[in-house]
Design a protein around this ligand. Structure first.
Ligand code: PLP
Length: 428
């Protein structure tokens, strides 16, 4: 039995499913998880000494590659001064100033400890600011696991707030309305039916939790206009896209200015972190200035600030990083399309910048409904082949391939070789 198997046997007896976050369990691909002992650059290593080229990147934060020396050293330096003070620090001011200087829509920002917290808090601020209750989210967009956001609403109950998880009361989700990604009419209908009641509309500007799906031309612009016309706070959840597409995220990339933005992942450089920020008049509703309460013992923690500051400064000072990762993304998407065509497969290759996804379907994927047409059994076979051949992908159809600055053209060529091996095997 491998050491990963042994650890998993122990883990399941004392951790639900053996993991501290469900997707890590590899259940949807019919395997047991690899236990990871270390990571460096583009590679991660499991406890059995196997090396994989990693396309998960800790689900996004490791945009510089794993174990970046500058980030690591910044954390070690900060640790030497103490791990947490529960008091104001210079690093927090530097972090807030840096985020405000890089993202023009952000006039004030509050640090929290995860993307979930960032979204939960941004929505509370929007409700406090508008004095309204209802929010609109999009089917298939993930905004963390807070109660009110655990709603995707299937087709029959498209606009009803129906919880996806046991333990979430109908009361918690009754003000959560679901619209269809890339379907403007579904949003307009919700605004019409709930006139004057919608506090916030939240969206992943590039959806990256139902696979990767780009907004169609003009969609985000229209959402901006609808929110402005209805006095609704537009929230971009840039937990994945923030500092990934470019330093000002998807909002810079698509040229839209949201009222609030949520961040996580990259801004912590691998440490637990989140942040929400935006218009001053909304952020000044937050305690202790305003009456929207939000707090955190470890918020703005020195380790997280040190790692995040180091990572963001590297990204700010080296624009060529975006040139590199985005052109690798283009290369990967183009080459995958060519390969699939060569083998007569009408699969959909989606994504933008350093995010990519393969859907095993002939249907063009524009939202949750079409994403679900992907053959997830085939994804499982593909995933198993890839990991057996040293390519570590997210163990679910509905996640992204994340590229980092440590990946090279050679890594992409290796991945394409393995994909071709899979296609050949599948053809026999
Ligand atoms: N929002 C988006 C877009 C995410 O992708 C995630 C997590 O993947 C979250 C929010 C929640 O972040 P966290 O897992 O840090 O709570």
């Amino acid at each position: 039995m491998s050491r990963s198997e042994q650890l998993f046997e122990r883990a399941v007896t004392c951790i639900p499913g053996g993991v501290n976050s469900p997707v890590r369990a590899f259940r949807s691909v019919g395997l047991n998880p690899k236990f990871i002992s270390r990571a460096d650059g583009a590679y991660i290593y499991d406890v059995d000494g196997n090396r994989y080229t990693d396309y998960v990147g800790s689900w996004g934060p490791m945009i510089l590659g794993h174990n970046n020396q500058e980030v690591r050293e910044a954390v070690i330096r900060a640790a030497e001064n103490g791990l947490s003070f529960g008091a104001a620090t210079e690093a927090e001011v530097e972090m807030a100033e840096l985020i405000c200087s890089l993202v023009p829509s952000i006039e004030m920002v509050r640090m929290v400890n995860s993307g979930t917290e960032a979204v939960m808090s941004a929505i509370r601020a929007a409700r406090g600011y508008t004095g309204r209750d209802k929010i609109i989210k999009f089917e298939g967009c993930y905004h963390g696991h807070s109660d009110a956001l655990l709603v995707k609403a299937g087709s029959g109950v498209m606009t009803a707030g129906v919880p996806d998880s046991a333990g979430v009361t109908a009361g918690c989700t009754k003000d959560t309305l679901s619209a269809v990604f890339n379907d403007l009419e579904s949003v307009e209908n919700l605004f019409r039916e709930n006139d004057g009641k919608i506090a916030a509309l939240i969206i992943e500007p590039v959806a990256a939790n139902m696979g990767v799906i780009e907004p169609e031309e003009g969609f985000l612009q229209k959402l901006r206009e609808l929110c402005t016309d209805n006095g609704t706070v537009l929230i971009f959840d840039e937990v994945i896209t923030g500092f990934r597409l470019q330093t000002d995220g998807a909002q810079g990339y698509y040229g839209i200015r949201p009222d609030l933005t949520t961040f996580g992942k990259i801004i912590g450089g691998g440490m637990p972190v989140g942040a929400y920020g935006g218009k001053r008049e909304i952020m000044e509703c937050v305690s202790p200035v305003g009456n929207v309460y939000q707090a955190g013992t470890l918020s703005g923690n020195p380790m997280a600030m040190a790692a995040g500051l180091a990572e963001l400064r590297i990204l700010r000072d080296n624009p060529s990083i975006y040139g590199h990762i985005n052109s690798l993304g283009d290369l990967l998407r183009r080459s995958l399309r060519d390969l699939f065509e060569k083998y007569g497969k009408n699969y959909q290759v989606t994504g933008t910048g350093s995010l990519c996804c393969v859907f095993f379907t002939g249907t063009r994927v524009t939202g949750y409904g079409t994403a679900k047409t992907s053959d997830t059994e085939e994804f499982s076979r593909y995933f198993r082949y890839m990991i057996e051949h040293g390519i570590y992908l997210a163990p679910s159809q509905f996640e992204a391939v994340f590229l980092s600055n440590a990946h090279t053209k050679e890594d992409i060529a290796e991945m394409l070789n393995v994909v071709e091996g899979y296609l050949k095997e599948a053809a026999t």
